[in-house]
Design a protein around this ligand. Structure first.
Ligand code: SF4
Length: 677
């Protein structure tokens, strides 16, 4: 037996922290995974979920061979088949559909891995060459992403490490302790240096518990709060007039808009005391340096894009950007020079311009017949890095779509998820410990390389290999289909990042200024922070940020409660729900409900409740708790449907409506009623 050795890799999960992992291998098995102490953002620490990643890789329920369905759709009964048989069948079925119209084939993938190779390289080449429908990958971040693009010029912001030097941090829409752990360490460091931490979140999260103040606003009212802060900045002249004059666009118009939002008006909308808004604005206007850590929860309502735009304007008003510990950060991913054209080869489309299907509306779209407006019916679905039956909104409709007997569904997966239950062919996929990959991050600015630590478990193959082999069977002879996974890693950044440094250390820092917008230089068309966006106005939209009311305000007598569905602490979207040790910490699917709302319905903690609206009903246990604010319930997600009571999860209730910008989902804009089951 060879002696134990260590391999440096990267955490693949959809988390801003993108940790550097050190895996210990013994006798061909991964026996330990720990945080890399040499990587500054990781600092030797992993979250509970990933510190047992080796257990996940060698989990007894891993899918180890290709499978063919033998039961009805949804039953989840399969028989093992060989790889050749599986790939031949997939290629033949896709080729037959493509011969009619390749747009009848739809890929469906998201951030099951954040790796650039296993997430967005050979798969995209394959579907581009085929001419398949394009997928609008909107399910998480596009409202905020578009908002940042129209305000700051892209997914850019202050450098994460300098939050440690801030004197005031607004943690806005982020449960950092649960989902941005390494940022929380920096916030603690700042606090030791005298910083005040304010959590702005409808839910009293673990993070809110530990901050100096909690502003528990109603879901979907963040823009109103930001505009009222601006109102106070103007009224007290806590403005950096020089920064505004030299580095912003549209100030007179924004000033006029903000003056409509006095704290009393915002207090009515947000459901928080006007005095708290005044005090928050005073702290923000008079503390230097002040920083905002924004997260994606804010943008999951009808006006999510406007909310992010309003918040992203704040640091330019006070000149916070002048200091390296001031500004705002939602995502740092726009700083990374990823060569997506090299990875994805859009040129393989030639002159074809396939339709794009929004992944948020997959439920409706799977059930749509062919039409002039929609194009051909979706006849085949290839799902990878995603579990749409559990995570897509309005699951009753999603399930109806996946249950279509005439839909050919292929799922690349590591585990037997809710989506696998509806597959015709299942192809076993490798985990991060078994394949090459390379990463950007959205919560720091280091590139990470992931080297395989062990050989693939069972007959699992990497996503890139599976699409390479499908391409060969489809007769795609372009040389780019011959690139192996390591070559794809090299192509992701080309010469922009030193490959030898990545091989030696596992990570490389991007060369970025400490205070990227101290002198303006925003990557917008004007080079300024665009309070007014001419690009939005040209689309017939409001060029200024404003409060946009929710699609579904609670309605007394019908659906009087607003529901949000933040992640349960030990799950990451629907990943890890099948890890028994993590599931046992979570216990069971929970709905947090405020004592006042619970008392009005005769509900006690631990009771099974029925949460319902016009789309469906979801059963789970009630937790009577002040973590929920009055009038808002928190359905913690995202449980696998089959592991919850009565086979449903919280997405039974969410809608397929879209955000104001970016065509994103509105998971937190959902009115419900609750009763004892
Ligand atoms: S904190 Fe985030 S990046 Fe780090 S190991 Fe956990 S899930 Fe992965």
């Amino acid at each position: 037996m060879t002696s134990p050795f260590e391999i440096v890799g990267a955490c693949p999960h959809d988390c801003p922290d993108t940790c550097s992992l050190v895996t210990t291998v013994e006798g061909g098995r991964a026996v330990r995974v720990r945080g890399n102490p040499a990587h500054p953002p990781t600092a030797g620490v992993l979250c509970t979920k990933v510190s047992r990643y080796h257990e996940r890789t060698h989990h007894p329920e891993r899918l180890l061979t290709p499978l063919r369905r033998v039961g009805a759709k949804g039953e989840g009964r399969f028989a093992p088949i060989g790889w050749d048989e599986a790939l031949d069948e997939v290629a033949a079925r896709l080729a037959a559909i493509a011969a009619r119209d390749p747009q009848g084939v739809l890929p469906y993938s998201y951030a099951g891995t954040m790796g650039l190779v296993q997430g967005e390289s050979m798969d995209r080449r394959f579907f581009h060459r085929l001419g398949a429908s394009l997928l609008e990958r909107t399910i998480c971040a596009t409202a905020g992403g578009e908002a940042l693009a129209h305000t700051l010029g892209g997914k850019v912001g202050m450098r994460t490490e300098f939050f440690a030097e801030s004197q005031l941090i607004l943690i806005w829409g982020s449960n950092s302790i649960a989902s941005n752990l390494h940022f929380w360490r920096l916030a603690q460091q700042a606090r030791r240096g005298g910083a005040r931490l304010v959590c702005i979140d409808p839910r009293r999260t673990e993070t809110a518990d530990k901050c100096d103040e909690h502003v528990a606003l109603r879901p979907g009212t963040d823009a109103a709060l930001a505009l009222a802060i601006m109102h106070e900045l103007i009224r007290h002249d806590w403005l950096d007039h020089d920064y505004i004059a030299r580095h912003t666009l549209g100030w007179p118009a924004l000033r006029e808009r903000a003056l409509l939002w006095n704290p009393e008006r915002a207090a009515q909308v947000c459901g928080v005391p006007a005095a708290q808004i005044v005090e928050l604005a005073r702290a923000y206007g008079t503390t230097r340096p002040a920083a905002i850590r924004l997260n994606y929860g804010v943008q999951r309502c009808a006006g999510g894009g406007n909310a992010v735009r309003a918040i992203a304007c704040l640091p330019a008003l006070t000149g916070a950007w002048r200091h390296r510990a001031g500004g705002v950060l939602l995502s740092s991913s726009g700083h990374f020079p990823v060569d997506r054209a090299a990875l994805q080869r859009p040129g393989l489309l030639g002159a074809r311009r396939p339709r794009a299907v929004n992944m948020v509306t997959i439920g409706d779209d799977l059930l749509r017949p062919a039409s002039d407006g929609f194009g051909p019916r979706i006849d085949a679905l290839v799902v990878y890095n995603s579990n749409p039956v559990a995570v897509a909104p309005e699951s009753p409709q999603v399930v109806r779509g996946f249950a279509r007997e005439d839909l050919f569904t292929v799922v690349l997966e590591q585990f037997h998820t809710d989506t696998v239950d509806y597959a015709d062919i299942v192809l076993p996929a490798t985990t991060q410990l078994e394949h090459w990959d390379i990463h950007a991050a959205y919560g720091h600015t280091d590139v990470l390389l992931n080297r395989p630590a062990i050989a693939p478990v069972g007959q699992a193959r990497s996503n890139a290999r599976i699409f390479r082999e499908l391409a060969a069977r489809m007769g795609f002879t372009e040389s780019c289909f011959g690139d192996d996974d390591e070559q794809l890693c090299r192509q992701a950044y080309g010469a922009a990042v030193d490959w030898e440094e990545l091989l030696a250390n596992g990570f490389a820092h991007l060369p970025l200024p400490e205070a990227p917008f101290a002198e303006g230089d925003f990557p917008t068309p004007s080079g300024r922070c665009e309070f007014f966006s001419a690009r939005l106005a040209a689309q017939g939209l409001d060029g200024l940020p404003d409060h946009v009311p929710n699609h579904e305000p609670p309605t007394p007598g019908r659906y009087p409660l607003a529901m949000i569905s933040p992640p349960a602490r030990n799950f990451l979207n629907s990943s890890f729900v099948n890890v028994r040790s993590l599931r046992s910490i979570e216990g069971q699917p929970l709905l947090e409900i405020h004592p006042r709302d619970a008392a009005a319905r005769g509900i006690a903690s631990g009771q099974l409740v029925r949460v319902f609206n016009q789309r469906g009903a979801y059963h789970c246990a009630a937790e009577v708790s002040e973590r929920a604010r009055p009038g808002v319930v928190n359905g913690l997600g995202i449980w696998w449907r089959k592991l919850g009571p009565r086979g449903t999860n919280v997405n039974e209730l969410t809608s397929q409506k879209l955000t104001d910008l970016g065509r994103g989902p509105v998971f937190y804009d959902c009115a419900v009623e609750v009763e004892r089951a």
